[in-house]
Design a protein. Structure first.
Length: 385
């Protein structure tokens, strides 16, 4: 690397540090604790995530554990915990959520050292209460949890578990299962994207800045994220240590209906559009997931004609990446590899991104054109473009 390139990296690192400095420290977050999805059939959904994506059985709550209104299955893969919850009562809030939105993310839980303080700090800055701090106990200790509302019907729950030694949370028991397919190599949640209505992106970016102390890491406008037909705008918000990143998307004016508009139509409002999960070996991960039936967006073969010129030398075999549909992009600090699943339920709403970072901290701006064209092709097949 020559002197000019080194200077670019130094300037980039300095810029990133200044962004993180802007993130206030009144709400320290250790990471994502769990993500809870409300689903129509949690037992069957759990089987899908185990079989297709390599999650393992962790914990269960339901009739057998004294819970009378729902069943929840907890799955884990490395640092990722998914909770899949189905209601028993057709007139419950959970049932209403599923009727309205289909299967989708309800809770983005954040691991903190002091849930009471996190709650008080955010409420004092204008957050709406989901539930006040409560202590949950069993023979393994205690967990303190508290919740606030964010966009749509999505909520954040602060989880303080430093005095707890149980498998997951009080009220859950270890889920023993003879069926635990091998991991696909997923490590942790890299970021989670929220789709909001036209004209509200800045409102929610301000919410994360003012209420939760986040900073704006990067902004994309309709010149960055657009095709001949559709466009969107996005602001990426990050907490102080960079472990939590929430891009917030809104639609932009275009000739046809954008992916954000399609999501809002079928989800019936704002919500979590996709969960980006990291791997250390994306070739292995995608090879395994494809074998297990996971469907991915098709990347036009012509995309790979210019990859080498655009991103330079990479360690991976480009022909292998092309065969798997994995895209590549580079920023001042390194490169990344990424791929997107098709929606994981029948409504064209929630999907997953698989990402491997080789130094890059960006979000694949150089891939936006190909990605959008792939999404538009799916929209056209669905008749929703």
């Amino acid at each position: 690397m020559d002197t000019a390139d080194l200077k670019k990296v130094e300037n980039y690192n300095y810029g990133i540090e200044k962004i993180f400095d802007k993130a206030q420290d009144f709400l320290p977050i250790n990471g994502t604790d769990y993500v809870e999805l409300y689903v129509g059939n949690a037992k069957q959904a759990a089987h899908y995530y185990k079989t297709a994506m390599g999650f393992q059985s962790l914990a269960y709550a339901g009739l057998e554990t004294g819970v009378r209104d729902r069943a929840s299955y907890v799955l884990q893969q490395d640092k990722i915990r998914l909770v899949l919850t189905t209601p028993f009562d057709p007139d419950s809030d959970i049932s209403d959520h599923i009727r309205q939105h289909g299967d989708g993310v309800k809770v983005i839980a954040l691991w903190v050292d002091d849930a009471r303080q996190a709650f008080e700090e955010t409420i004092s800055r204008g957050a709406d209460v989901y539930f006040e701090p409560r202590v949950e106990q069993d023979e393994y200790g205690e967990v303190v949890r508290a919740g606030i509302h964010t966009y749509g019907e999505t909520v954040h729950i602060f989880v303080e578990r430093k005095n707890y030694k149980g498998v997951f949370l009080p009220g859950y028991e270890k889920w023993e299962s003879d069926y635990n397919p091998a991991s696909t190599g997923l490590k942790y949640i890299d970021h989670m994207v929220g789709n909001v209505e036209l004209g509200t992106m800045n409102i929610w970016a301000d919410f994360y800045a003012n209420v939760m102390g986040f900073a704006n890491l990067v902004t994309f406008d309709d010149k960055d994220i657009s095709t001949q037909y559709t466009a969107l705008m996005s602001k990426v918000m990050t907490n102080g240590n960079g472990r939590i990143k929430f891009p917030i998307n809104e639609p932009a004016q275009g000739l046809k209906k954008s992916q954000v508009e399609e999501y809002l139509d079928f989800y019936k409002g704002p919500g979590c559009q996709h969960i980006a999960v990291a791997t250390d070996d994306i070739v292995f991960t995608i090879s395994e997931m494809r074998k297990r039936g996971v469907e991915f967006l098709h990347v036009p073969g012509t995309y790979y004609d210019t990859v080498s010129a655009r991103v330079g030398t990479i360690a991976e075999d480009l022909a292998r990446l092309k065969s798997l549909g994995i895209m590549v992009d580079r920023d001042e600090e390194g490169y990344l590899l990424q791929i997107f699943t098709k929606p994981v339920e029948d409504r064209p709403t929630l999907f997953f991104e698989i990402i491997q970072r080789k130094g890059a901290r960006s979000f694949g701006k150089g891939n936006f054109q190909a990605l959008f064209e792939s999404i538009e092709a799916e929209q056209e097949r669905r008749g929703t473009l």
